[in-house]
Design a protein around this ligand. Structure first.
Ligand SMILES: [Cu+2]
Length: 280
């Protein structure tokens, strides 16, 4: 299809307006991907705030390095081409420059390593948890268990009729605001990955293994993520929806959830409670 430049301009304008309208409409849903988004999602936890500032620091550093290398290349091309510089210098070594181009990159890497390791420790060293949620990845939905709050477990499936499209679910994961949430995750069938961008959380859910991470959401609202490990045909349709609420709202939700997803505890929960293996 051929388009004139006028048609093209109108089409681009239309797309931009549609994108802006979507972005404005999407704001009501909390943190989720937005049309034409090229930045990280807005941080809702201290870890994500540090990831964002570390990312911004790296962006400045690589921009300076790239511009510096570009400037050197331009100087070489303009000043030292065969026409401008017919008799080339026969210099092969220069001690000062060689020391400098070894030492300066080392110093830059050390400067990057310090905040990088600080961030890694913050992510991996889980503070004392106020609440544990066990997240199980399944083909193709998530199950959430709350062992501290009456041991109920429920499934969370994508709801086709819910907004935001492809992110809305029937049963959301609910957590209290400003509390350290320990997430323990595993896979029931294949490897999935639990990821919520605005929490700075992304961790594999692996069958036969219990992985741990944590987050402390500091803002009430809805946050969305997606399974981030190719896990099969409906990989794209197992969103993660987290509702961050006040302590009071959380307590109310727990009471409701306990009733809704009650479990029969009349059967032994584990082999330990059933007695030692030799006695059976
Ligand atoms: Cu998955």
């Amino acid at each position: 299809m051929k388009m004139s430049s006028g048609q093209m301009g109108r089409r681009l304008l239309g797309l931009t307006v549609a994108g802006m309208a979507l972005a404005a409409g999407g704001a009501a849903f909390g943190q989720q991907p937005k049309p034409w988004e090229y930045t990280l999602q807005e941080a809702a936890t201290p870890v994500m705030e540090n990831i964002t500032s570390f990312h911004n620091l790296l962006l400045v550093i690589i921009t300076i390095i790239t511009l510096f290398v570009l400037a050197l290349l331009v100087i070489v091309v303009v000043k030292f081409n065969a026409k401008a510089n017919p008799v080339p210098s026969r210099t092969t070594h220069h001690t000062l420059i060689e020391v400098a181009w070894t030492l300066i990159p080392v110093l830059i890497l050390v400067a990057i390593a310090v905040p990088s390791f600080r961030l890694l420790f913050q992510q991996l060293d889980i503070p004392k948890a106020d609440l544990t949620v066990k997240v199980t990845g399944k083909q193709w939905y998530w199950s959430y268990a709350y062992p501290d709050n009456g041991k109920f477990e429920f499934d969370s499936l994508m709801a086709a009729d819910k907004q935001p499209r492809l992110l809305g679910v029937d049963n959301e994961m609910v957590v209290p605001v400003n509390k350290v949430i320990r997430v323990q995750t595993t896979g029931a069938d294949v490897i999935h990955a639990f990821a919520v961008p605005s929490f700075g959380v992304k961790i594999d859910s692996i069958p036969g293994r219990l992985n741990e991470t944590w987050f402390k959401a500091t803002k009430v609202g809805m946050y969305y993520g997606q399974c981030s490990e190719l896990c099969g045909k409906d990989h794209a349709f197992m969103p993660i929806a987290v509702r961050v609420v006040s302590d009071q709202a959380f307590a109310t939700w727990v009471e409701e959830a306990k009733r809704k997803w009650a479990r029969d505890d009349s059967v032994p929960k584990s082999f330990a409670e059933a007695g030692p293996a030799t006695a059976r």
